[in-house]
Design a protein around this ligand. Sequence first.
Ligand code: ADP
Length: 394
Amino acid sequence: MYILISNVGSTSLKFKLYRMPEEEVLCEAKIEKIGSQDGIYHYKNDINGRTHGEDSTPLDTYAVGINKFLSDLCDKELGVIASVAEVQAIGFKTVISKGFNGTVLLTDEVMAGMKEYLFIAPVHNAAYISAIEQFRGILPDTPMVGVFETSFHRTIPLRNRLYPLPYEWYEKYGLAKNGYHGASFTYVSQEARRDGDFRRIIGCHLGGSSSICAILDGKSFDSSFGFSLQTGLPHANRCGDADPYVVPFLEDQGMSFEEIREGLDKKGGLLGISGVSNDLREIEEAAGAGNERAQLAIDVFVNDIVRYIGSFFAEMGGMDKLVFTGGIGENSSLIRRMVCDSIKHLGVELDSEQNDKVRGNGFISTSSSPVKVQVIAANEELGIARETYGCLQG
Ligand code: ADP
């Protein structure tokens, strides 16, 4: 069975075509800077190695990128199938929908639920809705499955999810911790237990969005993400945890609601603190050159990671393995070193040489370290392919 997996970003699209249940990737594509005239398109046939890449191509809408990909997918030389009709299902990494969770067929009701929650996932849901609607137009008869980012966290006990707010708000609006990055942590949880039965794992997904997950016996036990995506660790542009009373305070100071939201959604996070960039590579470079605010952004980010690891350590009664994943977790030896050096007292012994070497996948703790530290390259697409296949099997 051919299953196409689509991972939608606010300005990007990633595709992988899987043969299931073999979990074989037949081809993949990455499309960046959608909405601009200098988009980046890259396609690779994983069977014959042929690629099609353009560093600068007009990509006005999601539809342009999707059509480019579908045409390569069925191309005589580049393609892996003869017709798009051979794709039996499309699986999407979806974020949140009012009234739906888990892995579900993307019906009109589920799409309406996503629209209702545009408010709490403005950047993400808008992009997903647009991409899914384009696909529905092109392939109206192909089942489309959504794997919600909140799914993995349904096992978090209510005592770890509930906010100290009027209980009626929880009943009426579902105001409690949702947790996100579910596709990533599903994969991390499976991979991290391949080399042993690790009961208490703390996973750090650090990237454009960052979160920490306490994984107890393979299930989510707690998450740094709360109700919305503007919670937990500092993100690239979005704020993390902040006192909710900053909002009424700023309103009282004369700022409009839209101005405040812009600060929380677009001008906060690593960009907000550093004033340099939302990209950690550039922040690390600026800090290395003596920029104090860039250094402060790194210090706040690391301290927040350490704080969450500490609280999840306490909640689970210890930690057997620590995992780093995501663009920063896989690549930034600096952040990994700063975090591990701060939690030596929790039993983490870093192997500095390994830490400097590992990019993507590998172990970075010493052989005698009580807590194993592993870097796992994120593979959200595989998790979504497994879920989509399972959904179609009923
Ligand atoms: P997203 O969450 O948007 O999918 P990624 O997981 O790709 O993003 O992570 C992007 C982040 O990873 C950026 O902040 C980028 O700077 C950071 N990153 C990537 N490579 C490195 C590196 N070699 N050193 C430090 N940070 C890196």
